[in-house]
Write a protein that binds this ligand. Structure first.
Ligand code: AQP
Length: 334
């Protein structure tokens, strides 16, 4: 097995990136780019598993690239491209559709959440989305995948698919079993309106999330309106067990301020949540608004963003084609 460590991860161009994408994924992407070969993909084929207006999709792809760059990704260090530009993703996805099992897909909770109550009406693409994700990762023989905790189950499926392919085609260690890299402190940022749901681009209420392009005023308003708790801030984590909204705000504060949770509670216990909210809004404004400004600046130069995607596509295609050649050979495709 190749010992080279390769990182792969993707982000869907389904709208404005938010604080959950930033803390759960992007920050990790940035810290990895100087340690390993990193491949970061705007996964437009994943996005169309639910209907996207074509013009908006194009705009969102560029916005996602701008968000990558504004958060600190460097196209000289990381390969940045969009998924549909490298057809190998779709080809390997088909091969893996034939390796993956219906029973495995039936256990995927994200499909159940996203398809809602009327599963018959969900697209087939949404159902087999995890197989495409496995193809994205295995196409580059990636060994490490930085993701938020919500993607852990899909990663486990990618490992099962890799293992089954290696067994079926008698090629032990052909695909490495990819390891998830999940942020330790805050692996799942929750909605500001409902602490049991993750912060998400597709949630209807904009008050449920902090977008990377929100203004200082918007951030302050959203944090002020965020659900918290009527009691005072407790002195122990245990007391927050059944208060997901309050815990979420404290978690976000701890992550951005880089002060551990216990210390935050020591500092703030006995105070009203309005005290935490004021401090949280301040640090969010100073962390997020420069990124938002940079995104807006980058979006002024569309051709620069397109050139980055084109260059990334070239680099990604070389790796993908080489691996696909071997994959076709293993499967017996001439
Ligand atoms: N709330 C979150 N907390 C921590 N990590 C998160 N991620 C997403 N939401 C959170 C991580 O961000 C990366 C990119 O996710 P994505 O945009 O490709 O897809 P998603 O997980 O489906 O994100 P959304 O916001 O919920 O998008 P929509 O609403 O379009 O489906 C992933 O690593 C993800 O774990």
């Amino acid at each position: 097995m190749s010992k080279k460590k390769i990182v792969f991860s993707g982000v869907q161009p389904t709208g404005n990136l938010h604080l959950g994408n930033y803390l759960g994924a992007l920050k990790n992407f940035v810290s990895l780019q100087s340690k390993m070969q990193c491949i970061y993909c705007v996964v437009d084929l994943h996005a169309i598993t639910t209907f996207q207006k074509p013009d908006e999709l194009k705009k969102n792809v560029l916005e996602t690239v701008a968000s990558f760059l504004a958060a600190g990704l460097n196209p000289e260090k990381s390969i940045i491209f969009n998924q549909s530009a490298v057809p190998g993703h779709a080809e390997l996805s088909w091969i893996l559709n034939c390796v993956s099992r219906v029973g495995w897909l039936n256990r995927m909770t994200q499909f159940k959440d996203k398809a809602g109550s009327d599963k018959e009406k969900a697209s087939v693409g949404l159902y087999i989305y995890p197989n495409l994700m496995a193809a994205d990762i295995l196409l580059y023989k990636a060994t490490h995948v930085p993701v938020g905790a919500d993607q852990k189950q899909h990663l486990e499926l990618s490992r099962d698919i890799a293992q089954k392919f290696n067994n079926d085609f008698n090629c032990r260690d052909f695909f490495p079993l990819p390891e998830p890299l999940i942020q330790k402190n805050i692996s799942r940022v929750m909605s500001l309106r409902d602490g049991t749901k993750k912060m998400s681009k597709s949630e209807e209420s904009d008050y449920s999330r902090i977008n990377l392009q929100d203004s200082a005023d918007e951030i302050m308003k959203k944090i002020k309106k965020a659900k918290s708790d009527s009691e005072q801030i407790p002195d122990s984590l245990k007391s927050l067990e059944n208060k997901p909204e309050a815990l979420n705000l404290i978690n976000i504060y701890s992550e951005i301020s880089k002060v551990n949770l216990e210390k935050v509670l020591n500092e703030m216990s006995g105070k009203e949540y309005s005290f935490l909210k004021t401090k949280l809004a301040e640090i969010l404004v100073s962390e997020i608004t420069p990124i938002g400004k940079e995104i807006k600046k980058l979006l002024q130069d569309r051709s620069h963003l397109e050139a980055i995607l084109k260059k990334g596509k070239r680099k990604a295609s070389i790796i993908a084609e080489e691996n696909l050649k071997n994959i076709r050979e293993k499967v017996g495709l001439i």
